[in-house]
Structures are given as structure tokens and as C-alpha cells.
Design a binder for this molecule. Structure first.
Ligand code: NAG
Ligand code: NAG
Length: 512
């Protein structure tokens, strides 16, 4: 494992620097901003695992980390805390020093001790990609979920008999991050257990027919309640809350808006929770901690904890994954700014689709996010005559076709029907223009054919045309006069870009 690069500035020198700059993370960021005086309350006293970044706003490596860190934060929402301390701010300088911070960014994982006491703190030295960070943090989430076997069922049920209990029935032998997080939220309030489908007696006792199934035993004479909502943290917290309020620190969410609409929503939630059965559309809005964007009842059904789709940051990678004469179907989402609302919606839609397919073990072609700033992206888009802020295509370089996602509706349903059409080989395939596909062996020594982009007007044929595999890097179509010179000068790996290698295989941690 390579050691991450640091902005090698001793913290002591900081005091000599001029006034602090604004922090790297905005108020809207999913990263929890912590300062010296909040650290104890938000991180040390939390029952949840945290990762804390100690940074300085002027540090280039910190700035580079920001997108991946925010991505990780988004994906760990409700599972663990992702926090940042701006060590450049006067009140934090000494604190960062006492935390042993010697360079920026320094990442530390803070893991609560079972039964209380000071948490364990260790440096995170892994790759600075969203998925590597998510994986490392998830592996540090304490497991308070009780394993239930036929022979231990009675004990589980009679132990602390006045405490509410919940049992997850699952085909899995492992405990998911989501269940671990729920068990932490309800520590000492609901005892959460997990039973495998092969525990026949337990399964029969509760009449479980399908997996996963979550059953709440509120305690006393209250009848058991079967969960019927989405596999989504907030909806599940709400469900379990019927048996008792979660601990005060359920999720690293930002300040809760207290608007009229939220109150109205609360009322609605109350009304709907009385009938314990919640439909998918209800649960998607019935969050225990309402966020502005989940206000409408028609909110798309997005699995919030699905990992982001991997990002292709370099031209080389784009070619390698999707543009050689051996490349199978890829879905590429080109976005100018991933934080833009429409882009977010599109990317989340794709990641939840990928998640859904992986959950049902169906094979699906890979989805990638490609920043439009990626040089390979801009020339490919130009060749395909696409110029929107968000463009989604499916491309099969081996067979020489591509498809364009039409319209500006990036709803989950609309993306899904488009993906399904591709899976079923329905709908219009366009022929890839000449010069897009690189011959895999020779891609590095490729020579440009200047006519590549200008001629190619995609038509609606489906003919496979891997023979048009003139070995051209996508730069060839960028329209620059100096195409061939450019393709030689940039063919090496770009040292300024950190490829998200680890992010290529999304880890799915929210399965039950
Ligand atoms: C709970 O357990 C205690 C002893 O551990 C027992 O006296 C009591 O009757 C039990 N209550 C119920 C409802 O089973
Ligand atoms: C942590 O868990 C304990 C139960 O073990 C609970 O009493 C406490 O309120 C929790 N703390 C927070 C901050 O949630």
C-alpha cells in the first residue's frame, strides 16, 4: 500500500501563517464540520464510528481529497460519521497539535469502545478514494447485533425480557453495516438479533416466508410487527422507533430544518405509522430526520446507501475500460459538476440501479461517472455530438454501437427503463463514428486520424463495426489542429491525477 502524500507542514508553523481561510466544506456538505470544542461531544461521546479529517484549506492534497471524502460521507450517512476539522482556524490549531497531526490531510478513524470509555483512535493510511474510505470505516463499525440460532432463540427472547427486540431474518452469514448501525442507534432500547434462513425452527416460529424480513417485537403483550418498507436506514429507524426512541445521536445529519412543512410531514408520518404497513412511496418520504429534498411524497425510490458509481478520471482509463475493440457495454454518465442537482439525481439513480441489480445477483454492465473535464470525455462527447451538462450514453466499442439517454428526466424510473431496454437489446443503437475505438494492444502508440470526428454523424444502424478500429485515442476528435502531436505527448499516465482504482468495484454494504 502506498503512503498517501501529505502537505508536509508542521502544525507548529501554522501559528505563523496569516489569518485562517474559509473551510473546505460548505454548510451543505455531507461532511460534518467539527471544531476543537465540539469534538468531544460529536465524535468522542458518539456510539458510532467516525472518520475525521484534519486539514488546512490551502493544502492541495486536502483539496484533492474533498470530492472523494464528500462521496464517502454521503455513502456513510447513517452508518458512520465523516467529519473534518479545519486546523487552520485559530481555536483548532492547538487541538490539531494534541491530536498528533503533523501534516495535511491526516485521517483518523475513531471507534467507540464497547461499554463506554475513551474511543480507540487510529490513523487511516489507505487510499484516498471514496470506496477505500467507506470500506475501512465500515469495517470498524462495532457489531451489537446478536446472532440467533435455533438453539439460542429461547435465550435471546427471554434475556432482558422487558426490552423490545427486533430480528432480521436473512440468507447472509454476515452482519451488514446497516444492521450494525441500527443496533447502535437502539443500544439498550431494542435488542437486535439476526437469524439465518437455515435456522429452521426460528424461521418457523415467526412464520417467515421470505428473506430478508425484519420483525419487531415491541415487548409486553404487543403483537409483533413485520417491516414492509425499503431497505433504507431512515425508514427502518422510524419503524423501530415504534418500540422506543433511538439514542440521541442516530445519524451524522446536519441541523434539522424546522419548517412548517416538516411539521406537516410529521403529522402525516404519525398517521401512516399507526397502520404499521408502509408502502414504498410513503417510506421514502417518511424520514425520522427530514431533509429538505425528501419532502414530497412522490420522492423517487432511491436506495440512499448504495455506493456511488465509480469515476473515470483519466483518458487512459476511459479507453481501457470502454473504448478498446475488446470493450463490452459500458454506461457512461458525463457530468460537468457532480454536485449539481440534476447530476446528483442522475448519478444516484444509476448507483441505486447498480445496487438493485447486484442485490438480485443479476449481471449488469458497469456504470461510470465521467467528469466532463476529463480530456478523453470532451473529445468523445464532441465526436458523438453531445453537448448537454449531463449526458448519459451506453457504448459498446467491441460491437461499434452506442445509445443516447434522451431527455432531461433523470428519474429512477426513467433511467431504469432505459437500462432495461439496453439489457433486452431493444431500441435504437447508433453506429459509433470512426476513430473512437482503440485497438487494445496498440492503444498507447495510437496515431490520430484527423477526420475521425468531423465526418461521423451517428446513424441508426446496428451493424457491428469493430473493423473500424482505427487506433485512435479520443483526443483525435477534439478538433485541435495538433491532434497527433497531442496524442503522443499525453499518452503517458497523467501524474497529477489520482486514478480511483479502488473505486472500481463498488462495495455494497447496505444489504441485509
Ligand atoms: C422477565 O424475567 C423475570 C426474571 O428474569 C421474570 O420474573 C418475569 O416474570 C419475566 N417477565 C415476563 C413478562 O416474562
Ligand atoms: C450511547 O449508548 C448508550 C446506551 O448504551 C445511551 O444511553 C447513550 O445515550 C448513547 N449515546 C449517544 C450519544 O447516543
Amino acid at each position: 500500500m502506498h503512503h498517501p502524500t501529505l502537505c508536509a507542514v508542521a502544525v507548529g508553523i501554522l501559528s505563523a501563517l496569516p489569518g485562517a481561510q474559509a473551510g473546505l466544506y460548505t454548510k451543505k456538505s455531507p461532511v460534518l464540520q467539527v471544531d476543537a470544542k465540539d469534538y468531544d461531544r460529536l465524535i468522542v461521546k458518539s456510539n458510532h464510528t467516525s472518520i475525521v479529517e484534519f486539514y488546512a484549506p490551502w493544502c492541495g492534497h486536502c483539496q484533492n481529497l474533498k470530492p472523494a471524502y464528500e462521496k464517502a460521507a454521503k455513502n456513510l450517512e447513517g452508518l458512520a460519521k465523516v467529519a473534518a476539522v479545519n486546523c487552520d482556524e485559530d481555536p483548532n490549531k492547538q487541538f490539531c497539535g494534541t491530536m498528533g497531526v503533523q501534516g495535511f490531510p491526516t485521517l483518523k478513524i475513531v471507534r467507540p469502545k464497547k461499554g463506554g470509555g475513551r474511543p480507540m483512535v487510529e490513523d487511516y493510511q489507505g487510499q484516498r478514494t471514496a470506496s477505500a474510505i467507506v470500506e475501512a470505516v465500515v469495517s470498524k463499525i462495532p457489531n451489537n447485533v446478536v446472532k440467533i440460532e435455533d438453539k439460542s432463540l429461547d435465550k435471546f427472547l427471554s434475556d432482558k425480557n422487558e426490552t423490545a427486540k427486533a430480528i432480521l431474518f436473512t440468507e447472509k452469514g454476515t452482519t451488514s453495516a446497516l444492521m450494525k448501525a441500527l443496533a447502535i442507534d437502539f443500544l439498550d432500547i431494542i435488542t437486535i438479533g439476526q437469524a439465518r434462513n437455515k435456522e429452521a425452527k426460528t424461521v418457523e416460529t415467526f412464520g417467515v416466508q421470505k428473506f430478508p424480513t425484519l420483525i419487531l417485537l415491541p415487548g409486553g403483550d404487543s403483537p409483533r410487527i413485520v417491516y414492509d418498507g425499503e431497505i433504507k436506514k431512515e425508514a427502518m429507524v422510524k419503524f423501530l422507533s415504534q418500540a422506543g426512541e433511538p439514542n440521541p445521536d442516530p445519524a451524522p445529519l446536519k441541523s434539522k430544518p424546522k419548517s412548517k412543512e416538516d411539521k406537516k410531514e410529521k403529522k402525516e408520518k404519525k398517521a401512516s405509522s399507526s397502520k404499521t404497513k408502509t408502502s414504498a412511496s410513503e417510506t421514502s418520504s417518511a424520514t425520522s430526520e427530514p431533509e429538505p429534498e425528501t419532502k414530497t411524497q412522490q420522492a423517487p425510490v432511491i436506495v440512499e446507501t448504495a455506493l456511488p458509481i465509480p469515476t473515470i478520471n483519466t483518458r487512459e482509463k476511459l479507453i481501457k475500460e470502454c473504448l478498446t475493440d475488446k470493450s463490452h457495454t459500458c454506461v457512461l454518465a458525463f457530468v460537468s459538476s457532480p454536485d449539481d442537482d440534476a447530476a446528483k439525481k442522475a448519478l444516484e439513480g444509476l448507483s441505486s440501479l447498480a445496487f438493485k441489480h447486484s442485490q438480485s445477483k443479476r449481471h449488469l454492465f458497469p456504470f461510470y461517472e465521467v467528469p466532463k473535464s476529463n480530456e478523453g470525455a470532451s473529445s468523445l462527447l464532441k465526436a458523438l455530438d453531445l453537448s448537454g451538462d449531463i449526458e448519459i450514453i451506453a457504448i459498446n466499442a467491441r460491437r461499434g454501437w452506442w445509445r443516447h439517454y434522451q431527455g432531461a428526466d433523470f428519474s429512477h424510473a426513467s433511467l431504469e427503463s432505459w437500462i432495461d431496454a439496453i439489457r433486452m437489446s431493444e431500441g435504437v443503437k447508433k453506429k459509433l463514428p470512426e476513430g473512437i475505438v482503440a485497438i487494445s494492444v496498440e492503444e498507447k502508440t495510437a496515431e490520430a486520424t484527423p477526420e475521425a470526428s468531423s465526418e461521423a454523424t451517428p446513424d441508426a444502424t446496428t451493424s457491428a463495426s469493430s473493423e473500424n478500429a482505427t487506433p485512435v485515442t479520443p483526443e483525435a476528435s477534439s478538433g485541435d489542429a495538433s491532434v497527433s502531436a497531442e496524442s503522443t505527448s499525453t499518452k503517458g499516465a497523467d501524474p497529477t491525477v489520482e486514478p480511483e482504482t479502488a473505486a472500481e468495484t463498488p462495495i455494497i454494504h447496505e444489504e441485509l
